[in-house]
Design a binder for this molecule. Structure first.
Ligand code: AP5
Length: 224
């Protein structure tokens, strides 16, 4: 059960649906700690840790990293002191097993999720978005070469860092990531609908700030 005013939020959506883009805005508006399992795993890969070495081959193929590995990362991160007033999970859970384990973890602490926000985007748009995505090597800010370009090509507006393309954003890997999403993650929509905490924000064909308006309505309680 959530404590009063806690926002314990999950962002749910296919690869490229805008989870990271909306997470940046949610963090800026609500001050929630951003817990992205994709970012945590990429940091582990870059750091050459044991978790990173195990995760890399799954990530490169567009497959899910084993539940046990990811749940361990999330359990440790949720135990840190900054999550007491809420948190924003991005890219987790991604399987029913992960969702059930998260429920149990939170219940043990007398807590529960308050909002699951599904970003709903048509599949053809997802491929276009991922093909044009660029990220800053230094601060991690995301861009799109057409929909959200930096002022200077290849250079981050915020810190001047170099922009790069993620290794798993090539078309074949993207197609597999989308298939994995449909098979293993999409069942979570019904899982959370059944718990009465699912909210859907249409994200297709819209500017990120327009999607964010809908997200804020949900988080401020003005949308069902
Ligand atoms: P992860 O890093 O979580 O990747 P993902 O879920 O595939 O999602 P993306 O980061 O690709 O997309 P996004 O929804 O954040 O979109 P974005 O905002 O960037 O996971 C990577 C891998 O790690 C997985 O494949 C798996 O191997 C592993 N992993 C992670 N978590 C795991 C877990 N729980 N269990 C097991 N394995 C796990 O937007 C995309 C582009 O579109 C950007 O260029 C953006 O500028 C643009 N854009 C965004 N919104 C809009 C809009 N409204 N209009 C136009 N363009 C937009």
């Amino acid at each position: 059960m959530a404590r009063p005013r806690e926002r314990n939020v999950v962002l749910l959506g296919a690869p490229g649906s805008g989870k990271g883009t909306q997470a940046e805005r949610i963090v800026a508006r609500y001050g929630l700690p951003h817990i992205s399992t994709g970012d945590m795993l990429r940091a582990a890969v870059a750091g050459g840790t044991e978790t990173g070495r195990e995760a890399k081959r799954y990530m490169d193929a567009g497959e899910l990293v084993p539940d046990e590995v990811v749940i361990g990362c999330v359990r440790e991160r949720l135990a840190e002191g900054d999550t007491g007033d809420g948190f924003l999970l991005d890219g987790f859970p991604r399987t029913i097993d992960q969702a059930e384990r998260l429920d149990a973890l939170l219940a043990d602490a007398g807590r529960g999720l308050t909002h699951v926000i599904q970003l709903d985007v048509p599949e053809d748009e997802l491929v276009e978005r991922l093909a044009g995505r660029r990220l800053c090597r230094v601060c991690g800010k995301g861009y799109h070469v057409v929909f959200d370009p930096p002022a200077r090509e290849g250079v981050c507006d915020v810190c001047g860092g170099e922009l790069y393309q993620r290794a798993d954003d090539d078309e074949a890997t993207v197609r597999n990531r989308l298939a994995v999403y449909r098979a293993q993650t999409e069942p979570l929509v019904e899982y959370y609908r059944g718990r009465g905490i699912l909210h859907t924000a249409s994200g297709g064909g819209k500017l990120p700030d327009e999607v964010f308006e809908r997200v804020t309505e949900i988080l401020d309680g003005a949308a069902s």
